[in-house]
Ligand binder design. Structure first.
Ligand code: SF4
Length: 739
């Protein structure tokens, strides 16, 4: 209504925001995006969108959009030309390399990078400069899903697809507020329940949310209790003989890992996660500590509820799909809880067939495509790892660089990279499409690090943020459909979008910014592409990394035509379920072929319950949990510029359990102070509103840059994935007396 009908030209693009990757149609008129609707041809969303998707194009038109580069002179940011800014970035990077060595420069990107952005970043840092100092913010959101997948199956990325929703009878959500974080996908669950009333949605969480309200059963557990619950479910499956012995014997082996491996709180830490083979009998012995009644205290869940959960997985007539996201991944034992969810599915043989998928969802639009597949993490290469000589040789051959240039040892993961900046081991950091001065845990420590005098920080973004505030150079970026690119969503679906609009002012795509800087540093031959065809050429070069491999990807021409295509793309066809001969054309022989592991079996891990590093005590008696809200995308740097979303959710708040609030005389809307050992903030109380934490817990969303909750969080992480835990630390709560 009110739109210039007939003048609108509709073009396809994946949504800019979450990892669901809804297909959109962008309405263009007179050089502007004026409308957006769900693409009915997209198998992801079938024409639907959530509130962020429907307003996504407005994110390009905020009043304070960065359109000109800024450089810091005498402490003040002043406008300059793009040419001069790029010269400065290249010159400074070279100067730091000359003075301190190539490992003193770093790049920090994002799961919101397009696939070409990530690819050129990897080629630039690892192939051209020769350092592994490349990380992405996906380390903060899905690294544990990667290590969980690799330790259980030897390969990364989910084995199922969204079509599982159409086949599953039971959905178990592990710490996953899907109604708000993956809303269109959640609507598909609700839709199935309407069509098939026997379908059950079980919400396992530490607080009630819109997801729990819509679920058939909401089971609340104590923070970190998920480790005990998952093992107790396995105990019940064995005890009741609900396991699939034939599947286990043929397709699984049992492993134990090291326990007591720390939380990475010290700067230098060592850990080991070597797998030792154990027998099924050993595994059964391990499970004896997890009899449901024995874990009630530590998990906060009754034995009756645990037995109920086990009965759902154990019912031979039910197909079960598990979904999880940050609740499981942002966890000091994130890899372990991923392993334990896989254990349950493997024990009952409900895996990698339609409706039976343990499915880790990603938060960002291309956390899979750019970070996991291209490999924009310190230890990774496109479809490989730096530690593997064959992978390094392949990268060197495709990139036409000497193999010795690509270091075989990973360097710093995200938290360590900022610690290295603090110490002075890193002097230069280029941050693109992410906002670490809002998202880093124990933020005040890292804010101090980046502001040290001889650190040089470059930030590419589309709006001012707390991260651009600390930059020495700000490069304005072209956003989303102002440039061509691809995103890869949670179900291994690569989605292409063309450039539909001109970027404002001198804004430039992140891909092209990197190419310009690389050329200024003398790497012209490695980045020979023209502005017109560079995305196509980059995709073709990238495709060489998976030529002839089981995870082959769709060609550029096919991606341009289709709303999105899933890999493995074999002989012109997508693969929906991996590892099963019936569904995976790449699976050889066996009914199942877990070809990522040397024994071609999936590994069932004995992973114990361990407490997190900081637990509430008399001084700091509450658990602090942090997360997202439906209306805002991550730190809100884009969605707060969309007036309707900003008005719907203008400010952060702290959710308090009504009993706790009552005992402290706190009413809804009262101003309260939250204090941890690391920092404090004051914000309004939310009691009886959208979400409700269990007694003794509080929850704060992180979208509000004026209320930085990460000043309070702890920088402990899973020592295997190096992903920090934003869900558990100790705080105290005080009522603020307003005069
Ligand atoms: Fe975009 Fe995610 Fe909403 Fe879909 S569910 S419209 S991908 S934000």
């Amino acid at each position: 209504e009110g739109l210039p009908k007939g003048l609108i030209n509709w073009k396809k693009a994946p949504c800019r925001f979450c990892g669901v990757g809804c297909g959109l149609l962008i309405g263009l008129s007179d050089g502007k995006a004026v409308a957006v609707k769900g693409d009915p041809k997209s198998t992801v969303n079938k024409g639907l969108c959530c509130v962020k998707g429907y307003h996504s194009v407005m994110a390009m038109y905020g009043k304070d959009r960065l359109t000109r580069p800024l450089i810091r002179e005498n402490g003040k940011l002043v406008e300059t030309s793009m040419e001069k800014a790029l010269d400065l970035v290249a010159g400074k990077m070279q100067e730091v390399i000359n003075t301190h060595g190539k490992d003193a420069v770093s790049m920090y990107g994002s799961g919101q990078w397009t696939i070409p952005d990530g690819y050129v970043a990897s080629k630039f840092m690892k192939g051209a400069i020769g350092t592994n100092n490349l990380e992405a913010n996906a380390r903060l959101c899905m690294a544990s899903a990667v290590t969980g997948f690799i330790s259980s199956f030897g390969l990364d990325e989910p084995m199922g697809c969204y079509e599982d929703i159409d086949h599953a009878d039971v959905f178990v959500l592990w710490g996953n507020n899907m109604a708000e974080m993956h809303p269109v996908l959640f609507s598909r669950l609700l839709d199935q329940r309407l069509k098939r009333p026997d379908v059950k949605i079980i919400d396992l969480a530490t607080r009630t949310t819109r997801t729990s309200v819509a679920a058939d059963r909401s089971i609340l557990f104590k923070p970190q209790g998920d480790l005990a619950i998952a093992n107790a479910i396995c105990y019940e499956l064995v005890e009741n003989n609900w396991i699939d012995k034939g599947f286990i014997e043929k397709h699984c082996s049992f492993k134990e890992g090291k326990t007591n491996i720390g939380y990475g709180l010290e700067d230098k830490f060592k850990f080991s996660d070597k797998a030792g083979t154990i027998t099924f009998e050993d595994f059964k012995t391990f499970l004896q500590d997890y009899r449901p009644d024995k874990v009630e205290a530590v998990s906060g869940v009754s034995a009756r509820d645990i037995k109920y959960l086990a009965s759902l997985f154990g019912d031979p007539n039910k197909k079960v799909t598990s979904f999880w996201c940050m609740g499981a991944n942002q966890h000091t034992r994130g890899t372990w809880i991923n392993n334990l969810i896989y254990n349950i599915h493997l024990m009952v043989g409900k895996i990698s067939t339609p409706g039976n998928s343990p499915f880790s969802l990603t938060g960002q639009p291309s956390a899979c495509g750019t970070v996991r597949e291209v490999g924009t993490l310190t230890h990774k290469l496109p479809h490989g790892v730096v530690a593997n000589e064959k992978d390094r040789k392949m990268a060197a051959e495709i990139w036409k660089v000497p193999v010795e240039r690509i270091p075989y040892k990973p360097s710093y993961h995200t938290v360590e990279m900022f610690r290295a900046l603090d110490r002075g081991d890193i002097r230069f950091m280029w941050i693109q499409v992410t906002n670490p001065m809002v998202t880093m845990p124990k933020l005040n420590r890292y804010r101090d690090a980046v502001q040290k005098d001889d650190r040089f920080i470059v930030v590419s973004d589309i709006y001012p943020t707390p991260t651009t505030d600390i930059a020495d150079v700000i490069l304005p970026s072209a956003m989303w459909v102002e440039r061509e690119g691809m995103f890869g969503n949670s179900e291994r679906r690569t989605q292409h979008f063309e450039q539909m609009l001109d970027a404002p002012g001198e804004a430039m795509s992140d891909t092209w910014q990197i190419i310009e800087v690389a050329r200024r540093m003398g790497f012209n031959e490695l980045f020979p592409w023209s502005k017109e065809d560079h995305i196509e050429e980059i995709w073709k070069e990238y495709a060489r990394f998976h030529e002839g491999k089981k995870h082959g990807m769709a060609p550029y021409e096919a991606l341009k035509q289709a709303p999105g295509l899933q890999w493995p793309f074999v002989e012109g066809k997508e693969t929906k379920w991996r590892f099963h001969a019936k569904y995976d054309p790449a699976c050889e022989g066996n009914s199942f072929d877990f070809y990522g592991k040397p024994d071609r079996k999936a590994w069932i891990w004995a992973r114990p319950y361990e407490a997190p590093p900081e637990i509430p005590d008399t001084e700091f008696p509450f658990w602090l949990n942090t997360g997202r809200v439906l209306e805002h995308w991550h730190t809100g740097s884009m969605t707060r510029r969309i007036s309707v979303l900003h008005q719907a959710m203008p400010r952060s708040y702290v959710e308090i359990n009504p009993e706790d609030a009552k005992s402290m005389g706190i009413k809804n809307g009262d101003q309260v102070r939250l204090v941890s050992r690391r920092g404090k903030i004051e914000l309004p109380a939310s009691v009886h509103e959208r979400g409700q934490p269990t007694k003794g817990q509080v929850f704060v969303p992180f979208f509000d840059e004026s209320l930085l909750i990460n000043d309070l969080t702890l920088d402990a992480f899973c020592p295997i994935s190096k992903q920090p835990d934003y869900k558990k630390c100790a705080v105290k709560l005080e009522k603020v007396n307003v005069i």
